[in-house]
Ligand binder design. Structure first.
Ligand SMILES: Cc1cc2nc3c(=O)[nH]c(=O)nc-3n(C[C@H](O)[C@H](O)[C@H](O)COP(=O)(O)O)c2cc1C
Length: 283
């Protein structure tokens, strides 16, 4: 029997090709070393991402969002990235800490992933459910906001139905690690704080290079556990389907007061009897 494989997508949310890129790539390498994961890497700085203006067209409520995975207001590259996310079995999302929170570039992609969300009347609603999300937040400071970015990324992933994966210590990379509830490396002790690989052992100023060692352990463990969790989900789903165990049927609202546009996903849901059209006054 052919060994099953999973695909892990690594996203560098920094416009720079520096520490976050390095961290995401190291996590992907650790995932590949598990022996069953293929990986793809993207850097958001290479894509055109126009900030969300809240038109809500992609929600599919009042405007049919059935043309495909894309931003319905601007012709940017959001759709390309969303498709890569959907085709993956798990994500490793790395973001830099900017001003004690997420940087804006990462946030644009997160905003544009609303089609996958539970409030979306599109065929893409729920497409990321049960996939693991490994989270990396890189900061220039010790506790410089990495945990805040971690909460933002983790909560966003949970909102899309994903399962967040932490850097549980392993035999290869035991404790101590830089963090527990995500990989939260820092460059504080780097020879050059804003260098491109300031999170590594080699770039650590003090001897022994504790900071770099703790950073890299958490990053690699995040990669390993994300790959394994992706396999668990993939094989678990297949086993569930084979044994007739069904996942809960998702639907944003069973009754809706706006008449669907012809040919829309919402119209199809109504035809299938999953959503009932109820005029506004009666709701
Ligand atoms: C505008 C800006 C704001 C920043 N704010 C913080 C911060 O609040 N906390 C922190 O720890 N580091 C902060 N940093 C440092 C970055 O997180 C750090 O340089 C990180 O390595 C950036 O990731 P990159 O190397 O992948 O670009 C900030 C950097 C910039 C450019």
């Amino acid at each position: 029997m052919e060994k099953p494989k999973v695909k892990i997508l690594g996203i560098n949310g920094s416009a720079r090709r520096a520490n976050t890129e390095f961290a995401v790539k190291e996590a992907l390498k650790a995932a590949e070393k598990m022996g069953f994961a293929e990986t793809e890497y993207v850097s958001l700085g290479d894509y055109k991402l126009v900030p969300c203006v809240g038109c809500m067209k992609c929600f599919g409520w009042q405007h049919p969002a059935d043309g495909g995975l894309e931003c319905y207001e601007f012709h940017d590259d959001a759709g390309l990235l969303l498709r890569k996310m959907m085709q993956s079995d798990g994500l490793i999302f790395g973001a830099p800490v900017y001003v004690v929170g997420l940087n804006s570039l990462s946030k644009i992609l997160m905003e544009k992933a609303h089609m996958f969300g539970p409030m979306s009347f599109t065929r893409y609603s729920g497409a990321m459910r049960y996939k693991p999300a490994g989270i990396i937040a890189v900061g220039g400071g010790d506790s410089g906001g990495q945990e805040i970015v971690g909460i933002e990324l983790r909560t966003w992933a949970t909102g899309l139905g994903m399962i967040s994966v932490g850097p549980w210590p392993t035999r290869t990379d035991p404790n101590p690690q830089c963090s527990t509830y995500g990989a939260f490396p820092t460059t504080t002790d780097a020879i050059n704080v804003y260098a491109k690989s300031g999170i590594t052992k080699e770039a650590t100023r003090t001897v022994p290079p504790t900071q770099g060692s703790r950073n890299m352990r958490a990053i690699r463990n995040t990669g390993r556990h994300t790959a394994y969790a992706a396999m668990l989900t993939k094989m678990g789903k297949q086993a569930c389907e084979a044994s007739g165990v069904m996942e809960p049927e998702i639907i944003p609202f069973p009754r809706y007061s706006i008449k669907p546009k012809r040919g829309s996903w919402l119209e199809q849901l109504m035809k299938e009897g999953k959503v009932e059209y109820v005029p506004k006054k009666k709701i």
